[in-house]
Design a protein around this ligand. Structure first.
Ligand code: Z5A
Ligand code: MG
Length: 225
């Protein structure tokens, strides 16, 4: 039987280096001969992703709940692909995931539980690495861009919601680690690798689900909050 591969999520604030670290990790695993796929959320290439892209560029306006559901739908359209890769032994790295969905929408004033609900049942990560950075250090990295949410004040609020998510995930037994992303790329990637190595041999069948009760007779690593 093929060994199930790990699902690794890289989360963090804007300019914390998520894409940089996700790509370094992907290359490193590939160089070791391990099959790996990198997903980025939002995935702006799909039909739903194109609507999200237009919203983020302020080319269109959407109700706060409507855009939240689109971000979630964008994950659901790839959920079965993620699970099937994992079951076949391909490691998945996701650059942002459901946690960003909660953090960015809850900071607008939507209820935390409402924001969490559409993502209940998604494949659960085996490891989430949160790249933590002071918003002013992130700002110094070439400044924020021009998309929605790319402002220091928004990032500070989002960081507070992420702190709640971290507490709840950790309390529920999920593997959530915070990494100081204000250091050099090399220092951060060394830390990332230490955490990834620690889970490489410890994932179990079947793929867990996020925030859901275990189904009878399964041993999934369910993370219920
Ligand atoms: N969003 C949402 O509302 N709901 C959801 O469900 C999801 C997302 C999934 C777009 O996300 C927006 O969507 C985002 C959240 C919202 N809004 N905000 N903010 P995105 O993923 O497309 O965009 P982003 O990740 O926020 O921005 P980013 O620029 O891609 O950041 P990053 O990936 O963390 O950083 P990076 O590209 O790797 O690095 C940024 C720069 O810093 C670059 O020049 C690097 O060379 C440099 N860098 C990287 N690491 C270092 C270190 N260690 N030292 C110095 N410089 C570094
Ligand atoms: Mg990025």
């Amino acid at each position: 039987m093929t060994r199930r591969a790990p699902f690794i999520v890289v989360e963090g604030l804007d300019r914390s280096g998520k894409s940089t670290q996700a790509s370094i990790l992907c290359d490193h695993l590939t160089s070791l001969g391990l099959p790996v796929e990198l997903f980025k959320f939002p995935d702006r290439r799909t039909a739903i992703g194109k609507m999200i892209d237009s919203y983020l560029r302020s080319e269109s306006d959407l109700d706060d709940r409507a855009i939240h559901l689109l971000f979630s739908a964008n994950r659901w359209e790839l959920a079965s692909t993620i699970s099937s890769h994992l079951e076949k032994g391909t490691t998945i790295i996701a650059d942002r995931y459901a946690f960003s969905g909660i953090a960015f929408s809850a900071r607008k004033g939507l209820s935390y539980k409402w924001c969490q609900a559409p993502d209940v049942g998604l494949p659960a990560p085996d490891l989430t690495m949160f790249l933590d950075i002071e918003p002013d250090i992130a700002q110094a990295r070439g400044g924020y861009g021009t998309e929605r949410y790319e402002q220091e004040e928004v990032q500070r609020d989002v960081r507070q919601v992420f702190e709640r998510i971290e507490k709840e995930m950790t309390h529920a037994g999920a593997r959530w680690v915070k990494i100081d992303a204000g250091r050099t790329q090399k220092e951060v990637s060394q830390d990332v690798w230490v955490h990834v190595q620690s889970i490489l041999d410890s994932v179990h069948h079947p793929v867990g689900t996020l925030w859901e009760e275990p189904q009878e007779g399964t041993l999934g690593s369910i993370v219920k909050v």
